[in-house]
Each structure stands twice: as structure tokens, then as C-alpha cells.
Design a protein around this ligand. Structure first.
Ligand code: ADP
Ligand code: MG
Length: 141
């Protein structure tokens, strides 16, 4: 059994898509084993997305992810990482397949509704950010 980190991003929370997204996650066979609504601080966001620090969209990405509440969740299932990424669809919603979360709920390439871990190592690191005793981000609503 594998786990992965899901974030429902500020655009999707503001647009009221939290429940619809979670219905799709559950009907895809994944289990939501942990969930909390929180805010990312700028410091956390810059560290969380550090692999993109040199990209031209980095500041926009950080500004956006801290712009409102997010729902952070741990999903569990067989091949959870790959299976949730395929449910999310392509990063750019214009390229996402029909029925995927980004096709259904994303506003744009930067405001693309959901985050999902991309590897076993990153899933562990990302889950630790939010759901361990020594978690970095523990601020709740
Ligand atoms: P994914 O979220 O699908 O794993 P990446 O890790 O490549 O995608 O990028 C992280 C996030 O950065 C994306 O989800 C998206 O919000 C944003 N992003 C990626 N590429 C661009 C871009 N060219 N312009 C603006 N924002 C982008
Ligand atoms: Mg990524």
C-alpha cells in the first residue's frame, strides 16, 4: 500500500470544489486517510516548491499557493502516487484528459486545482511537511 500527498489548491477551495474533488478521489479507489485545511506560509511554500526555484514562474507559483486556504490530504491505495497523478491529469488543464481533476476543476496552468507527489521519496518528504509530530506546517483554520 502506498501513500501520496494531495493538496487542493486555493483556486479550487475558493471555487467550492473540495467535495467534488474528494468524491472523484474516493470513486477512483483511493482512500483519504488524513485531511486538514491550512495555509502555507511563504517560507514553507518556497521550500515545498524548491525544485522550481530557478523557473520563471516560481514567484507566481509561491504567491498563488499562499493566496488562500488549501486542503492538504494523505491518500492511500495501490500505486497511489501514479494513480492519483493520472486522476489529476496534465499540469496544463488545456492538455488534461476528459474526466481528470484538472480538466474538470482547474482555472489555468498556474491555478490548476490540485497538487500530487511525483515519487515515493517526494511523497514521504511532502507528507512529513504536514502530518508528522515534527511537521513544519501545522497552522490550521
Ligand atoms: P505538477 O503539479 O503537475 O507536478 P510541476 O511540478 O511541473 O507540475 O509544477 C508545479 C506547479 O507549478 C504546477 O502544478 C503549476 O501550478 C505550476 N506551473 C508549472 N509550470 C508552469 C508554467 N509554465 N507557468 C505557470 N505555472 C506553472
Ligand atoms: Mg510536481
Amino acid at each position: 500500500m502506498e501513500t501520496t500527498l494531495c493538496i487542493i489548491k486555493p483556486d479550487a477551495v475558493k471555487n467550492g470544489f473540495e467535495d467534488k474533488i474528494n468524491e472523484k478521489i474516493i470513486s477512483s479507489g483511493l482512500k483519504i486517510i488524513k485531511s486538514k485545511k491550512t495555509f502555507l506560509t511563504e517560507e514553507i511554500a518556497r521550500d515545498f516548491y524548491k525544485e522550481h526555484a530557478s523557473k520563471p514562474f516560481f514567484n507566481e507559483l509561491v504567491e498563488f499557493i499562499i493566496s488562500g486556504e488549501v486542503v492538504v490530504q494523505v491518500l492511500e491505495g495501490d500505486n497511489a502516487i501514479k494513480s492519483y497523478r493520472s486522476l489529476m491529469g496534465a499540469t496544463n488543464p488545456d492538455e488534461a484528459e476528459e474526466g481528470t481533476l484538472r480538466k474538470l476543476f482547474a482555472e489555468s496552468l498556474s491555478k490548476n486545482a490540485v497538487h500530487g507527489s511525483d515519487s515515493i521519496d517526494n511523497a514521504k518528504i511532502e507528507i512529513d511537511y504536514f502530518f508528522q509530530e515534527n511537521e513544519i506546517c501545522s497552522r490550521t483554520r
